[in-house]
Design a protein around this ligand. Structure first.
Ligand SMILES: Nc1nc2c(c(=O)[nH]1)N[C@H]1C(S)=C(S)[C@@H](COP(=O)(O)OP(=O)(O)OC[C@H]3O[C@@H](n4cnc5c(N)ncnc54)[C@H](O)[C@@H]3O)O[C@H]1N2
Ligand code: MOO
Length: 333
């Protein structure tokens, strides 16, 4: 059991000159939720009315037993113990310390470690789901202890637990700027019968993450020509090759075969996420080659948007990464 701290209860009218042991929250539904008084505030005569208005007829004056620490210090220590690179800590607010991204990047969260930390009584660590893109300033995790004070020993245990994992529990990996080669297939686009919609959509997605399409090459539905463009980009030593169109079941859909014929090792063709089930991921040497499904053209979040940030953060995509998308992967039916 979490030990109750020793408090002296003082009627609020007699508390003038005393120090508040924790932040005092006011909630006016629909209007305001926040800190009315900060921890450490010395109560003044004019504070009595506001305190009574939030239902505080008595306040606690804290008598901190030896070996215990306050929620603000505990929250800060937990945050420091779990944070890796790319995160900065906020000041404690109502006992809560948040971890905010310092740069645009991929949030990496050790899920098993988060569960292990939260199994310690009295400790709360909340994170976003991992492998998401976060912008500078976005909150990635927040922590607090449940009681107002806690034996310091518990925090020492938590620090040891956090240090026992391989790498930090929460971090933000920055995106390396990569050079991308884009092969757009489809005889209807090649001939000019229809306007290319893939190029602008892909540029927008990759530029948002700090990378650039160095060149876009067009091919009709001809396996040999598609393959030549893929090899060209590989020789140009781009960091990533993207191929659009021709990913499904029609006789004119040549892209998966062209990627294989170019010499790429196919990780997997098809992934259980909608939209974007027709995604192919392969590697030509060390260079990732992706066959992109039609949905990438018009949907803001597809299987491609799951893996692009991970590739730009330097990760290699394995078959299991692709097969695991099914659970929660129905984003659009
Ligand atoms: N019977 C089935 N039909 C479809 C399946 C399936 O499994 N069985 N999968 C569907 C899914 S999911 C997708 S995604 C698409 C995959 O399409 P493809 O990659 O083969 O795309 P295309 O057939 O080449 O073109 C589809 C559509 O998009 C237009 N297009 C293609 N590229 C461009 C471009 N660069 N700019 C503008 N428009 C483009 C193309 O003209 C077609 O209209 O298949 C589903 N069907
Ligand atoms: O693979 Mo498709 O993109 O689900 O529409």
């Amino acid at each position: 059991m979490v030990k109750k701290p020793n408090f002296k209860e003082v009627p609020v009218r007699e508390a003038v000159g005393m120090v508040l042991p924790h932040d005092m929250t006011q909630i006016l539904p629909g209007e305001f939720k926040g800190r009315l008084f900060k921890k450490g505030h010395v109560i003044r005569e004019e504070d009595i009315e506001p305190l009574l208005s939030i239902g505080k007829e008595h306040i606690y004056i804290l008598d901190m037993p030896p070996g215990h620490i306050h929620e603000d210090e505990a929250g800060t220590r937990i945050a420091k113990a779990v944070a890796g690179k790319g995160l900065s800590l906020t000041e404690p607010y109502e006992g809560k310390v948040s971890l905010k991204a310092e740069w645009l990047g991929l949030a990496k969260i050790n899920e098993a470690a988060v569960h292990a930390v939260n199994a310690l009584e009295g400790i709360a660590l909340a994170t976003i789901f991992g492998d998401q893109v976060v912008k500078a300033g976005e909150t990635v995790a927040a922590t607090r202890i449940i009681p107002l004070i806690m034996e310091e020993q518990r925090i020492v245990e938590l620090e040891a637990l956090a240090a026992s994992f391989d790498g930090p529990i929460v971090e933000v990996i920055p995106f390396a700027p990569k050079k991308i080669g884009l092969v757009t297939t489809g005889s209807e686009v090649f001939s000019g019968r229809i306007e290319d919609k893939f190029g602008p959509a892909i540029r927008k997605k990759v530029e948002a993450l700090g990378s650039v399409v160095v060149e876009q090459r067009f091919a009709p539905d001809d396996k040999e020509l598609i393959q030549q463009h893929i090899k060209f980009f590989h020789e140009q030593k781009v960091d990533l090759i993207l191929v659009t169109g021709g990913m499904s079941v029609d006789p004119d859909d040549r892209t998966p075969g062209a990627i294989a014929d170019a010499g790429a090792k196919i990780v997997r063709y098809g992934t259980p996420m909608l939209p974007g089930s027709m995604l192919l991921v392969g590697y030509l040497g060390e260079t990732p080659v992706l066959g992109l499904p039609g949905a990438v053209m018009h949907e803001p979040f597809t299987s491609f948007d799951v893996f692009l940030p991970r590739i730009l953060a330097g990760e290699r995509i394995e078959a299991a990464d692709m097969t695991r998308l099914g659970y929660g992967g129905l984003r659009k039916s």
